[in-house]
Design a protein around this ligand. Structure first.
Ligand code: ADP
Ligand code: MG
Length: 318
């Protein structure tokens, strides 16, 4: 009887304690806020594996291996890489190549992920532009053996445009399996919510004012079980030796950073990987073609912010 009372007492007193855990993964600060009952270490461990499997920058990883075997036929790949390539190829097809997973050599040429990016020469650019066709990437599943091949020896895959989204989806599914009902995942600005806030209110996510101070918000969207992902030139950019500002989302039709009147694109929807891919795509496509793409995707909406600061909602009212 005393034991029973003790159990009841503990249950009624156990208050919800929130904890935020951080880790550097995918080249950015990843943050999870959830009940302190969550096993954060298990999530980070699995996400570290994912990073090795799908990041072109993980030297010992699965994608680095596939890239090094470009032009050499089928390569057995992890389920992580297979699933990620499947999403990437689907978005490439839907966006007419605006999202281009074969953009690796172009990203390398611009030096976007290293410390000293600069504008490439016209001849280097022309050479690399010959090897960025995403149709050179193929996948197949032979009775559970997941394989991929790159048919052009000059093509290198880069999944940087969806990596954080894939990681955010995985984090939420792992937390859900642990029995966690409410969590906020923020992987370098890729937001994904598990359920609603533990108070029962929707999560309120701010869409940043492009180029303003962090935490200055243009709009706030309220979401439950959804992801909010923004692509824009204001986080990762550099001033070239010609004095112009360049950023990290490249239009593979021109070989240059996308420049079509958009300051940012935010996508809201159920899969963070798809939101991530769509935001990169729409940033390249611009307002009109981007709007058509979002409208073709059931369950997804967007907020385009134009260079003059105007916010244009698609499938959502602000
Ligand atoms: P962020 O990392 O700032 O959220 P994105 O998700 O939009 O930005 O992805 C940008 C990254 O995607 C670049 O660093 C590069 O690795 C890759 N990338 C650049 N341009 C494209 C493109 N047109 N299609 C697919 N991936 C791209
Ligand atoms: Mg993206």
């Amino acid at each position: 009887m005393i034991l029973l009372l003790a159990v009841v007492f503990t249950a009624s007193c156990s208050k919800y304690q929130e904890k935020t855990s951080e880790m550097i993964l995918f080249g950015t600060t990843c943050r999870i806020t959830a009940s302190d009952k969550a096993d954060f270490d298990a999530v980070w461990k699995r996400l570290g594996e994912l990073e090795d499997n799908i990041s072109a920058r993980s030297e010992q990883g699965d994608l680095a291996d596939l890239n090094s075997k470009a032009g050499q036929g089928w390569v057995e790949v992890s389920q992580d890489l297979y699933d990620s390539l499947k999403i990437a190829l689907d978005i490439a097809s839907r966006s007419n190549g605006a999202f281009n997973p074969a953009i690796g050599e172009l990203v390398n040429l611009w030096g976007i992920v290293d410390k000293h990016p600069d504008v490439p020469s016209e001849s280097d650019l022309a050479a690399v532009m010959e090897h960025i066709d995403w149709h050179a990437i193929e996948i197949k599943d032979d009775d559970g053996i997941t394989m991929a091949r790159i048919t052009d020896p000059g093509v290198r895959i880069d999944l940087g445009g969806i990596g954080k989204g894939i990681a955010a989806d995985l984090a939420v599914s792992l937390l859900r399996k642990q029995g966690i009902k409410s969590a906020l995942v923020n992987f370098g600005g890729n937001i994904m919510c598990l359920g609603s806030h533990h108070t029962g209110e929707p999560y309120r996510i701010g869409i940043q004012v492009p180029f303003a101070n962090r935490n200055e918000y243009k709009q706030v969207v309220q979401v439950i079980d959804q992801s909010v992902v923004t692509s824009g030139p204001y986080e990762k950019n550099f001033v070239g030796s010609d004095g112009k500002l360049y950023h990290h989302i490249i239009d593979s039709a021109t070989g240059y950073p996308a420049d079509n009147g958009l300051a940012s694109v935010t996508i809201i929807g159920p899969s963070s990987a798809i939101c991530d891919g769509l935001s990169t795509s729409c940033f390249v496509l611009g307002l009109d073609a981007g709007t058509a793409l979002v409208q073709s995707m059931e369950g997804y909406s967007a907020v385009f912010i134009l260079d003059d600061g105007t916010a244009v909602p698609v499938g959502i009212s602000l």
